[in-house]
Design a protein around this ligand. Structure first.
Ligand code: SF4
Length: 371
């Protein structure tokens, strides 16, 4: 308990912008260049302790450790999929689960981060929903996930060979933790740090309408994806109860406003999880195409075969259904893509994050990084 209280009192410097860090250093009576040194240590060199920042005087590092911390998350387990995907189960200082997924890709690797521990929304096809909301993550905890994964995959402080894409599609509803999310993205976009710019980031929402509108007002916003899962209110109310608060017409009206801010070539992404016999009929495909066409949105639809996991009551749509669904959308002028599930065998795929520790058929990666 003592450790927890001590941790809570210390400032997590990984969650401060460069300007905030400058204020922190000023208050600590330090010269202004210290802020840049520490920011670079945390985000450019991806150091996770002050002890490693040997360009700082030893006495200062020791003093810093009394009031601040460089990292708060610890890696509890890591799992490696047959397809190279890695799932990390981390713990916050107050012992809550945080999951992050690394997805290797030919052109550019992707890290899928969590914005909350658990999730308050109750999408019936998602295992995370069963945890409920444990708490929202701080900006520092969001940034740390990326630092930990980059260090693990590429080596401490090593530059990723192809750059990195981020997707806010892990546990939690990012728009219910909007402030911390946006702050984390600001910190990560800093050219003196990780330098992952907003157009490399996609944030997915279940449809928190006021935040879609708010995001549209932010010049340095990330891309937006919306999890749709159903073409009618009746079905969406069942699969994604948040729809009762913001039904489809409200959601798509907000998307229409957001569309004004799309850059040339940029499209909305609608994620459509495909559940066998539930939302994958020809009629559903026609309804979905009509819905999107009625709003004339510049959009594409990603079809995601459901990732089964006990005790979820759904099965993935068979591939011929997914193909048929796609061709109906395309025949009505809607761009559609089929997303290949990644990391299904390690419960790292969409909707499967639920802090699982033990599963069959997984290869746990030996711990090798210091956290
Ligand atoms: S799909 Fe996303 S928003 Fe819905 S319960 Fe799961 S984590 Fe939460």
């Amino acid at each position: 308990m003592l450790e927890l209280n001590q941790m809570e009192k210390r400032t997590n410097l990984a969650g401060l912008t460069l300007d905030e860090l400058a204020c922190f250093m000023q208050q600590a009576g330090q010269p202004s260049y210290r802020a840049r040194q520490v920011f670079s240590g945390l985000h450019e060199r991806r150091l996770q302790s002050f002890a490693e920042m040997t360009d700082l005087p030893k006495a200062f590092r020791e003093r810093l450790s009394e009031t601040a911390t460089a990292s708060t998350l610890t890696v509890e387990s890591r799992y490696l999929s047959e397809d190279g995907t890695r799932r990390y189960l981390m713990k916050t200082h107050d012992n809550l689960p945080v999951e992050t997924v690394f997805i290797p890709e030919e052109r550019r690797d992707t890290i899928c981060f969590s914005s909350q521990s658990g999730c308050p929304l109750q999408c019936t096809f998602c295992l995370t929903a069963q945890l409920g909301l444990l708490r929202s993550l701080t900006a520092g905890e969001i940034v740390e996930q990326i630092i930990i994964v980059l260090n693990d995959v590429y080596g401490g402080g090593e530059k990723p060979p192809h750059g990195t894409n981020l997707v806010g599609m892990g546990a939690g509803e990012p728009f219910l933790n909007f402030e911390s999310l946006m702050k984390a993205l600001e910190i990560m976009s800093d050219p003196h740090g990780l330098f992952i710019v907003p157009h490399r980031v996609t944030v997915s929402t279940a449809g928190i309408v006021p935040r879609i509108r708010e995001l549209a007002t932010i010049a340095t916003r990330p891309h937006l994806a919306i999890s749709l899962a159903a073409p009618t209110d009746e079905l969406r109310n069942e699969l994604m109860p948040i729809n009762k608060k913001w039904p489809l017409e409200d959601l798509l009206a907000a998307c229409k406003e957001f569309e004004q801010t799309l850059k040339p070539g940029e499209l909305f992404t609608f994620e459509y999880v495909m559940l066998d016999g539930v939302n994958d009929s020809d009629e559903h495909a026609r309804q979905l195409a009509n819905l999107l066409n009625r709003h004339a949105l510049r959009a594409k639809v990603n079809l995601i075969p459901h990732n089964p996991a006990d005790p979820l009551p759904y099965l993935p749509s068979p591939s011929y259904r997914v193909e048929q669904f796609k061709s109906i959308l395309e025949s009505k002028g809607v761009r559609a893509f089929i997303r290949r599930p990644r990391g299904r065998d390690i419960f790292a795929a969409c909707g499967q994050l639920a802090a699982r520790r033990e599963t069959n058929n997984i290869q746990s990666i030996p711990q090798s990084i210091a956290t």
